[in-house]
Design a protein around this ligand. Structure first.
Ligand code: HPA
Ligand code: ZN
Length: 344
């Protein structure tokens, strides 16, 4: 029996082992790391009215029925982010927190339309986030990449205009993605935008199969040319799709605590991430919007391992997949794979 096999059974040592496992976080909305304390402080600093009088009221509001009920609260919280320094503070706080969970590399989403539609300049958003990521790299040796998401509840023309606004920042944004309200907003709605993004040299990812049907996962692959699928958990409703994900080793960025909070699964014990792993799908684990869903990536690893009786070697496979599925250069990827493989 290897170290982690033995340790995961005994919970305190097993918890510490899973949390410390070197990993990449590939599904993380920066705006979803806005803790109530920072939200209220920024609201005061920027003179923004919030529906929550204090942090307790904010946390009490974090009870969700589905994705949309979460998004309504999440977009309200975003209104406190105004200046570049707000985005920088948010970002460095995330990197410091993630580093304590063994995160060695993070690929973070941001939603520019949530901010530019309120009059915040695109430059303030990107430059603030970039400053926070650069500080995280200097201070903690956490590498990072930036992924710009289009809001799928808005129309394709708005997404195209956002893509055009991002072109001057082309060398600082590795990929484009698709988030927000999934039902009724299929990936194909953004086919032309993603064609243009790929022609401009962006990689592509998309949220698909969180609340939407398996066909949305197919559209993301075939119409948007995605390199990874964000969530993708509803793939298990379609055996042919599962066979394809296994054959092509398409990574899924699965967020178990998010899925329970947004009622995709009733309990963590019923989550399908362990079953998907055991069927040969390249699953990874991330936290999505940790300030709202009750846990950062380490909590997702620890609680998922416990709820689904996953072994240390299974958790190591997931961490390894997170590095393999990243958009890192070969040198850093090899360095981090060695860290995962030699971790004990
Ligand atoms: N799903 C879709 N859109 C989002 C999410 C999510 O979990 N978080 C922030 N935007
Ligand atoms: Zn997400």
């Amino acid at each position: 029996m290897t170290g982690p096999e033995r340790l995961l059974g005994s919970s305190i040592a097993g918890e510490r082992w899973s949390r410390g496992l070197p990993k990449a976080e590939l599904h993380l909305h920066l705006e979803g790391t806005l803790e109530p304390e920072m939200m209220l402080a920024l609201a005061r600093r920027n003179g923004v009215d919030l529906p929550f009088p204090d942090v307790y009221a904010a946390r009490r509001a974090y009870v969700f029925d589905d994705l949309q009920s979460f998004l309504d609260v999440y977009y309200a919280g975003c209104s406190v982010l105004v200046e570049a320094e707000d985005f920088a503070e948010l970002t460095i706080a995330y990197v410091r927190r993630a580093a304590r969970d063994g995160v060695r590399h993070a690929e973070v989403f941001f939603d520019p339309q949530t901010h530019t539609d309120r009059g915040v300049p695109f430059a303030a958003v990107v430059e603030g986030i970039e400053a926070g990521l650069a500080e995280g790299e200097r201070e903690l040796d956490v590498s990072s990449r930036l992924i710009m998401c289009f809001l799928r509840h808005l129309d394709a023309d708005a997404a195209m205009a956002t893509l055009e606004a991002a072109l001057p920042y082309r060398d600082r944004i590795v990929a484009v993605g698709l988030d927000s309200s999934e039902r009724g907003n299929p990936p194909e709605k953004f086919g032309a935008v993603f064609d243009r993004a790929r022609a401009e040299g962006f990689l592509t990812v998309a949220h698909a199969g969180e609340e939407g049907p398996p066909d949305y996962i197919r559209q993301a692959l075939d119409r948007l040319g995605v390199r990874r699928v964000d969530h993708g958990v509803r793939c298990t409703e379609d055996d042919d799709l599962v066979a394809r994900l296994v054959a092509e080793q398409i990574p899924l960025t699965v967020c178990p605590l998010s899925n329970v909070r947004l009622r995709v699964f009733d309990t963590l014990e019923e989550h399908n991430v362990a079953a998907m792993l055991r069927r040969g799908i390249r699953v990874t684990i991330s936290s999505d919007d940790p300030a709202y869903f009750g846990g950062y990536v380490g909590d997702n690893y620890v609680q998922t391992a416990q709820a689904l009786a996953m072994s240390g070697e299974e958790m190591r496979t997931i961490a390894r997949s997170s590095v393999l599925a990243s958009f890192l250069d070969d040198t850093r990827r090899a360095e981090l794979l060695a860290e995962v493989d030699t971790y004990s």
